[in-house]
Design a protein around this ligand. Sequence first.
Ligand code: NAD
Length: 485
Amino acid sequence: MKTYQIPVCKGGESIVTDSFFDITNPSNGEIVSRIPKMNSADVDRAVAAATAALAETDWSHNGVLRAKVMLQWADRLEENIESVARQLTLENGKLIGEAIYEVTSQVGVIRYNAGLARTVSGRSHSLGRDSFAVVAREPMGVVAVISPWNWPVTLMIRDMAPALAAGNALLVKPASQTAGVSLDVLRLLLEETDLPRGLVHPVAGSGSDAGQAIVEHPGIDMIAFTGDGSTGRSIMRDASQSLKKLSLELGGKSPMVVCDDADLDKAVPTLVSAIFTTTSGQICTAPSRLLVERGIEGELIERLKKAVSAIRIGDGFDRNSQMGPMTTRDQYEKVLSFVERGRREGRLVAGGEPLQDESLAKGNFVSPAIFTDVADDSPLNRDEIFGPVLVIKTFEGDEEAIALANDTEFGLASAVFTENVHRAWRISRAIKAGTVWVNTYNRFYPEVEVGGYKQSGIGRMAGIDGLMEFTQTKFINFDSIPPQG
Ligand code: NAD
């Protein structure tokens, strides 16, 4: 077991507490990390220090400094990919290959945003002979990043990197389930770069205590939150008292539309990866609703059953494993209770069992579940399960495919599989979601904005727009200068 300390900037004061919380390995139930538990008094101290650091340092004005620090952070993270990925698998349970990919990809995200740090600029306008205006682009001020446990390195850095590039000071509250790996990544920034003192503050603790203190704090100007919709709504309500800017990245119930001309050799493995083996289905974009054109339903289900029965489920460190455990016991029980409900409200075509194998019995392992004939209004069809549970429905023609794809309160992601470019274009334009993949899934790039329609969120991540979310504009107007003498 690794006992953590809260990382602080070079020369900063260390945080002393006698209160801790533990993180267990989802593959075997053993305690792997002990984390200092911070509270509202720590949040007060962090906000005061962040506010002072913005006033005392050159950070908000100096893109060269920000780029330098961020590139140092990327280098340190790159040097530590293996140890960070190991801690990620220990706390989250995901396959070590996925963990290495997760950490590696974030090195690129930091570098991309480091480049952007030197491009943050406003505009000028000539508004007549005697009037000239500058629209300056300035950071928001003190920003809090609140992130979840499923892709804890990605989703923390996805907000931190543009927020830093834009010149803000940060409080960072990672999910308690994966706080150790998050602190490892933050330590590299705080202790191994030239980040000026007081600008970034890890806040390890529970959502209801430290998280809520962040939401209510009048000294925080913006919250960038990724997590569950109900948490997002409560943050929106409580943050309204101090009128904070919000960016909310929430849940999904994403459709994958497979047309009768689709290349099934591509569609089936892509689907199996996206809903089952990637993070065991615990991913916000997971295509949990398969919409398949009636003529190919039988063949697709047969191929899926075959692919699913071949998935090797096991410990994330076992290189033979293709799918790991549910990250928490709560999530494991939630998935099994949805499966139980599905047995009553639909037809279970495959899987949905807790694993009996003795070596896995202490872990949160469950086999992928596939359902058909589920009523439209069943929670199986409506709610985000956040696990390896797929519901299949058939359609006939583009209009029905589009209507079914949009029959959800969410709008995070979606996909269309077809070899017909006209169908691909028509369906992807009509789906109400922030992302539509055509003949692929779960592809993300630092350059490209993503985010939710409808109940899946507010704001955009990544790309230029993602950086702009962490800025505000200031209009400065120069009036005419009176003639001399
Ligand atoms: P969660 O909402 O329970 O927790 C997310 C974070 O919020 C954690 O750090 C938690 O401690 C904190 N929190 C909880 N209550 C809080 C409060 N009252 N005030 C402030 N902070 C609080 O979500 P989770 O279970 O960690 O993650 C799973 C959810 O995240 C799923 O719904 C998933 O779809 C969503 N998600 C969305 C995206 C996206 O990009 N849209 C990405 C990943 C996950």
